[in-house]
Design a protein around this ligand. Structure first.
Ligand SMILES: *[C@@H]1O[C@H](CO)[C@@H](O)[C@H](O)[C@H]1NC(C)=O
Ligand SMILES: *[C@@H]1O[C@H](CO)[C@@H](O)[C@H](O)[C@H]1NC(C)=O
Ligand SMILES: *[C@@H]1O[C@H](CO)[C@@H](O)[C@H](O)[C@H]1NC(C)=O
Ligand SMILES: *[C@@H]1O[C@H](CO)[C@@H](O)[C@H](O)[C@H]1NC(C)=O
Ligand SMILES: *[C@@H]1O[C@H](CO)[C@@H](O)[C@H](O)[C@H]1NC(C)=O
Ligand SMILES: *[C@@H]1O[C@H](CO)[C@@H](O)[C@H](O)[C@H]1NC(C)=O
Ligand SMILES: *[C@@H]1O[C@H](CO)[C@@H](O)[C@H](O)[C@H]1NC(C)=O
Ligand SMILES: *[C@@H]1O[C@H](CO)[C@@H](O)[C@H](O)[C@H]1NC(C)=O
Ligand SMILES: *[C@@H]1O[C@H](CO)[C@@H](O)[C@H](O)[C@H]1NC(C)=O
Length: 835
């Protein structure tokens, strides 16, 4: 008895001792020092509670733990840094993060070091690891903390060893002394932080960023940094950025980019994503989700080898990746996690005899038309397609060939980066894929035979059902009549109907953000414009719901949807055809003989505003157009404007950020909030509309240089002239030869300036714009938007302008509040009122 008691006491005591030794760490501390360690559910929390560090387990397998840093204030678990990316521990309670010597190390269950900061001990003083509020884990000399000297460089910091996330304040550098590059590497997949194939790195020679596949094949470049305008040459949308302060540092030791957010309230991160795209997110506290507002490359299939070997990428299907026929997913588990990098493997191995010169090989080819071909083809000099085929057959490492007017090319070993282009893309080529001959006949029969019997009866039923359905659909279509619908309701066209109507899509009217548009003629001889949608990611039912919603939206200033076609991947929209096509062709040209008169311009401005006001204010659900530009304003025979392409953002089943990413050609119509990552409202359209008004006035693209060769951002010039109360008519398109109503011109200029205010609350609603243009409301002198001031900063006329705008800013609040900005025409209160 006595014995037992003492032994229990002894064990208890030992237990206590163990615990006391193990966890000296107070919960919620922000640092580890000396003999402390962190394990189990213990975490470090940065001083203001922005970030947390501890063990985490990504995905479903709960026997893999990593030390990572994540946001503490963001409700969606988001890891921004991982220490032991490739070496998870199985049990977080018996593993720990601790300091050994001058290093931070992770000890696994058997107290073996599996990860270390690997710094060589320079001074033997005690070291401390601190998790800072910017998400940086810093290892410093303990004494430097005591003496408050933040100038002493850290021994090691996580910002110098990023994983896939680049946080504000961090940098991606090239160290000229050690020749070491800091790179961002994607996770392998959403559940495995091990380094994936995609990485972002600095190209210090050309001052640009590049994205590479497997650290070798480059597939995206940012273009060189332009210090003057603070942007990368191939990322022009940075021009609209006023949220991030990017800067470039180049000294004798290193060169790097770094960025910060102007507003500390913005939570933002930049990620090398598992999709092979770089993405920038901000956290929206209102919706409790990350809003991705920028990504590159814009198209998934532009990511090199995204689908792995023998995979095909197709922008128009979901998932984006599939295997070539005759191939199977290499790893089903990885594919289920959308990790396609492993690619596909042959179902049947090739049987190949090296010396058979093409004859007698038990191989055949399957043709894939409309493909973009893999890189590095090997040209072969042969006379015809048959010789091309046999030259591939004669070499056992040859896997594919192509033959066209440029001759014959073959590929050896694995095929990477195959892409199925959308139908009608004239870059498409045919590629012939080598397969075992058995894939073409017996292979299929085998599998069919196994399931065949059971499926047979089911299939019969299905066939009968299909026939019934077909007949019913036929009948229904007859009732509607090809191309004719009872007043206003939508027509469901067959693809064949539209092929006929457009003479097999022969007359292209243009290419928009969502696909190409073709001219056509219905049997009743009415003209139509047929839009072939690209990459619709919605299901059939949802697509039809959205289309019928768009169909119900009718207004004299909106292009009318007449019908649609939805057959599998083929999704088309049928619109009324407008004689005078799009506005850009009437605005931007040098033909003196067909100048849009001022009266018509003003009517177009007003009509467009009415159309947008209807979308914003009169529909059951607010419809944000997202892509207002002259290309999307169509003109009928009487030059009545009609807004095109509304409702498509939703129809395409993509978040707005995807819309943004398709806007490569859209110069300067995007509101700053697109870049800032806050939720997009109808005021984003108001901004684009304002930018477009400037072009109505000048007859030129806003970003075009003026005749004297100076790149002058037109809105700045307008703002200056109206603030100065200068000659408004001098701003007009020279083709108009000052033939315009000066009061209308001034009104349009002021409205335009109000529309492009940085703060969306300061912009008028589309309804207010209509009233102002109709002359019902008066408009005050607008303040100069901040984004424009940045332009001034780079121009010589700055001095004048900043002065005058600082006069303005003495009372900006009262000026911009909507009551004082727009007042009833009769009121005399406004300082500078109309006419
Ligand atoms: C860590 O433990 C060792 C040995 O127990 C001791 O000599 C040392 O002072 C401790 N260091 C700290 C910072 O507590
Ligand atoms: C979980 O991960 C461990 C360690 O990597 C591995 O051994 C185990 O098979 C995984 N379990 C499952 C269910 O995937
Ligand atoms: C630390 O150095 C060892 C040996 O040089 C190496 O195996 C290990 O990968 C390094 N760890 C880190 C995190 O760099
Ligand atoms: C270190 O900084 C803290 C606050 O920043 C201050 O209270 C303290 O006096 C400083 N200590 C020394 C030694 O300067
Ligand atoms: C990546 O490159 C390495 C050699 O640089 C190679 O061994 C590996 O197979 C490559 N990975 C893939 C998926 O091709
Ligand atoms: C932008 O960042 C640079 C370098 O960090 C800094 O010098 C500059 O003052 C910042 N600009 C603004 C407007 O905050
Ligand atoms: C470059 O490194 C040297 C040696 O570490 C240092 O003395 C110098 O100040 C560094 N230069 C800059 C610009 O940081
Ligand atoms: C291939 O070469 C082997 C010997 O090198 C020979 O026995 C065989 O007959 C050849 N096959 C063909 C099809 O020529
Ligand atoms: C087949 O192609 C590979 C790669 O180009 C080449 O190395 C090999 O010599 C070729 N074999 C024959 C038999 O031509």
């Amino acid at each position: 008895m006595e014995n037992q008691k003492t032994s229990i006491n002894f064990i208890l005591g030992l237990f206590c001792l163990c615990i006391c030794l193990k966890s000296q760490l107070a919960l919620g501390a922000d640092s580890i020092s000396g003999n402390q360690s962190l394990s189990g559910d213990q975490t470090l929390i940065s001083k203001d509670g922005n970030f947390e560090l501890g063990f985490f387990s990504p995905g479903k397998n709960s026997s893999r733990f990593y030390i990572g840093i994540w946001y503490k204030k963001v409700s969606e678990p988001t890891v921004v840094w991982v220490a032991n990316r490739v070496a998870p521990v199985k049990d977080k309670y018996s593993s720990s993060l601790t300091i050994q010597g001058s290093n931070l190390v992770i000890l696994d269950e058997s107290q073996k070091s599996i990860w270390s900061t690997n710094v060589s001990a320079t001074n033997s003083g005690p070291v401390v690891a601190v998790l800072r509020d910017d998400g940086n884990l810093v290892l410093t000399d303990g004494s430097s903390i005591l003496s408050n000297s933040s100038s002493i460089p850290p021994i090691w910091q996580s910002f110098d060893n990023p994983t896939d996330t680049w946080l504000p304040g961090g940098k991606l550098a090239y160290n000229k002394v050690t020749k070491k590059l800091q790179i961002l590497t994607s996770w392998k997949n959403s559940e495995d932080p091990a380094p994936g194939l995609f990485s972002l790195e600095l190209d210090a020679i050309d001052n640009q960023y590049v994205i590479k596949w497997n650290r070798s094949q480059q597939y995206w470049v940012s273009g060189a940094w332009d210090e003057q305008s603070k942007l990368f040459s191939l990322v022009p949308e940075m021009r609209l950025n006023y949220i991030y302060n990017f800067s470039y540092v180049n000294n004798e030791n290193e060169s790097y980019f770094t960025y910060s957010v102007y507003s500390s309230a913005v939570i933002s991160r930049f990620v090398m994503d598992v999709s092979g795209q770089i993405k920038q997110f901000t956290w929206l506290d209102t919706t409790k989700q990350w809003n991705m507002f920028w990504s590159q490359p814009r198209q998934q299939c532009e990511v090199y080898a995204f689908c792995g070997e023998f995979g095909i990428c197709n922008e128009n299907s979901l998932p984006f990746c599939n295997c070539l026929g005759g191939f199977d997913h290499k790893s089903e588990a990885d594919w289920n996690l959308n990790d396609f990098s492993g690619g596909c493997v042959r179902k049947t191995d090739l049987q190949c005899v090296e010396n058979s010169s093409g004859k007698g090989q038990k191989n055949k080819f399957r043709v894939y038309p409309g493909m973009s071909l893999p890189r590095n083809p090997q040209p072969v000099k042969v006379g015809n397609a048959a010789e091309c085929e046999s030259s591939c057959l004669s070499n056992c490492s040859c896997t594919a060939y192509t033959y066209d007017s440029n001759g014959c090319s073959i590929w050896n070993e694995r095929l990477l980066d195959l892409q199925q282009l959308s139908a009608g893309d004239n870059r498409g080529k045919s590629i012939y894929i080598r397969l075992a001959a058995s894939e073409f006949s017996s292979g299929k029969k085998n599998t069919a035979a196994i399931v065949g019997a059971g499926v047979g009866s089911v299939a019969l039923v299905l066939v009968i059902l299909a026939v019934i359905l077909f007949v019913m659909l036929r009948r229904r279509r007859r009732m509607v009549g090809a191309g004719k619908a009872a007043d206003g309701s939508l027509v469901a066209f067959s693809y064949k109907d539209l092929q006929n109507a457009t003479k097999n899509f022969s007359e292209k009217l243009g290419v928009g953000g969502f696909g190409s548009v073709f001219k056509g003629k219905l049997p009743d001889s009415s003209a139509i414009a047929v839009k072939k949608l690209e990459s619709v990611s919605q299901g059939e039912k949802q697509f039809r719901t959205e289309v019928s919603t768009i169909g119900t939206i009718q207004h004299v200033n909106l292009v009318r949807l007449r019908g649609f076609c939805s057959e599998g991947n083929k999704k088309l929209l049928v619109y009324e055809y407008l004689e005078n096509r799009s506005l850009d062709s009437h605005l931007f040209h040098d033909d003196e003989s067909r100048v849009l008169s001022w009266k018509i311009r003003y009517q177009i401005a007003l009509g467009t505003a009415r159309g947008l006001a209807y979308l914003h204010e009169k529909c059951r659900e607010v419809i944000i157009h997202c892509d207002i530009k002259p290309e999307n304003i169509l003109l009928d025979a009487e030059f009545c404007p009609k807004v095109a392409d509304f409702g498509l953002a939703k129809l395409m089943g993509r978040d707005f950020s995807r819309v943004l990413t398709t806007m490569r050609g859209t110069r300067g119509y995007l509101a700053p909030e697109w870049i800032s990552g806050v939720a997009i409202t109808a005021k984003a359209d108001v901004y684009s509309y304002g930018m477009m008004l400037f072009e109505f006035i000048s007859g030129k693209r806003n970003s075009e240089s003026s005749p004297d060769g100076v790149l002058r951002f037109f809105p700045c010039w307008v703002a200056r002239v109206i603030v100065e109360e200068g000659d408004v008519l001098s701003l007009l398109d020279p083709k108009l030869e000052r033939m315009a109503d000066a009061a209308e011109a001034l009104r349009l200029c002021k409205v335009a300036c109000w529309c492009i205010q940085d703060d969306e609350n300061h912009r008028p609603s589309m309804g207010q714009v209509v009233q102002i243009l109709e002359g019902v409301l008066d408009v005050n002198l607008p303040p100069v938007p901040r984004a424009l001031q940045n332009f001034f900063d780079n121009q010589e006329d700055v001095v004048f302008f900043t002065e005058s705008s600082s006069n303005q800013s003495s009372e900006p609040q009262s000026k911009v509040s909507s009551t004082s900005a727009y007042s009833k025409s009769t009121s005399e209160s406004s300082k500078v009122s109309e006419s």
